[in-house]
Every structure is written in C-alpha cells, then in structure tokens.
Design a binder for this molecule. Structure first.
Ligand code: URA
Length: 232
C-alpha cells in the first residue's frame, strides 16, 4: 500500500496531511527518509514518524492450515501450481475476503502438515528466525531402522554442506525393519533440513509431516483443513 495510506490507516493524519509530513522528511521507511507515494509492506517494512515506530492499524489475521502434498508453500508459483494461499481461499469460499497473508516458513511440495498463514510480521519473524529457537516437530517415515548410533548423531548435530545443525530431539515411534517412524524436533529451518539430516545419517525420508510449530500443533486443527486462530 502507499505510505500515506498506511499513515492515515494508522491514525497519524489524514492522507493529505500525511503527504505533507512525508514531504517534510518526518517519515522514514527502513531507516531512510521516505518519499510521497512510496509503496510499503506493513507486515515487513519498519515505518517511523518523528523517530517513533508506527504500528499497522490492520488487524492481525492468522490461520493454521494442514497443507496437503502437492501444494506449494509460497504465495506465488511460476509454474502455476496451487499455492497454500489458493488452498485456503478455496476452503473459505468466495465470500470471505482475505488480506494479504504470508506463509511462515516453507514445507516441501511432497510434504504435508502444519503451516501458519498470517499478516503478522512479528509472528513470522519469531517462528522462523533461529535466534528465537521456536521448535518445529516433524513426523517422518524413513527407510530402514535407524541405529542408536544414528540417533545419537542426530541428537549431537549433523554436518551439512553449510555447517553443523543444532542438536535435534528424536522420538522413536516405531522401528519396523524396512521402514520406521520417528519424530524429529529442530529449531532451525534450513532448506530441506530434515531430509538432508536423515540422508546424512543413512536413513532417507520417505514421507514428512510437520506436526508442530512452537505452541501450535496439527492437533489444533482437530482433523480440519484450516483453523482461524487470530482474531479468535
Ligand atoms: N525439512 C525438510 O526436509 N522438508 C521440509 O519440508 C521441512 C523440513
């Protein structure tokens, strides 16, 4: 949206007056003095007026969804495949008007499970930035029967090409010779992290489902495809 519209919605001044404030150099976007008409993203840009951070007046909307396999976890796809946003819109039907929502983190095309869609930039940052150490748990079906040594290796941290992963927490659900089921909890979000960790210790992932992100769990959906969690 345009900067002056944002300032007006946030209650700083009328749109006209907001333009004057911008022209006077009193408004900064991401640390730089802004110009009239500048387009901003209220969920990610930092807007200040006279040095004070202006919060978006737009209410936060957050949905949990159960992403199925075969849907991309981005907002747009250059190959025209269905995205998580298309998926949610389809579930809600044409009558529900959604603001711009963003997926929090990624989930592979061939994986399923919990995703958060929100316009709350702080929530997205908290969930994905490694410094917050928000845990994500994945239930994985893997080839073979992971040895105690492999599990201890995952729990210590695994060397991937870009460096060591943080220690993972592992819960063994079932060991069945040809295929086994584990729950792995990590707080980083590197590209294909779980699959690469499991490959590194010799037990490739066959299927991956994200079951938890911080305090949110797939169980919160109670078997449904989506759940509005904010505003309640
Ligand atoms: N790790 C993976 O390998 N894939 C995902 O989709 C999420 C975590």
């Amino acid at each position: 949206m345009k900067l002056q519209t944002f300032l007006a919605h946030a209650g700083i001044a009328s749109r006209r007056k907001a333009e004057e404030l911008i022209a006077q150099g009193l408004v900064q976007v991401n640390g730089k003095i802004a110009t009239i008409g500048l387009r901003i993203d209220p969920t990610s840009d930092k807007i200040t007026y006279k040095g004070r951070v202006i919060k978006s007046a737009q209410p936060h909307i957050t949905y949990l969804i159960h992403k199925p396999v075969g849907i991309v976890s981005t907002t747009q796809d250059e190959l025209g495949r269905q995205t998580v946003i298309d998926f949610l819109k389809k579930q809600l039907g044409p009558k529900v008007k959604l603001p711009r929502l963003y997926p929090v983190g990624r989930l592979d095309l061939d994986s399923n499970g919990l995703m958060i869609l929100t316009n709350d930039g702080n929530l997205a940052q908290r969930m994905t930035h490694p410094s917050f150490e928000e845990e994500k748990t994945y239930r994985i079906r893997v080839e073979g029967e992971p040895s105690d040594k492999a599990i201890a290796h995952l729990e210590r941290g695994v060397l991937l090409k870009e460096g060591m992963t943080s220690p993972a927490k592992i819960e063994v659900i079932s060991l069945e010779g040809e295929e086994s089921i584990l729950e792995i909890t990590i707080h980083e979000g590197r590209y294909h992290q779980v699959k690469r960790m499991m490959l590194r210790v010799g037990y490739p992932v066959i299927q991956l489902t994200r079951v938890r992100m911080g305090k949110y769990s797939l169980d919160d959906l109670k078997g449904k495809k989506y759940q509005l969690i904010e505003p309640k």
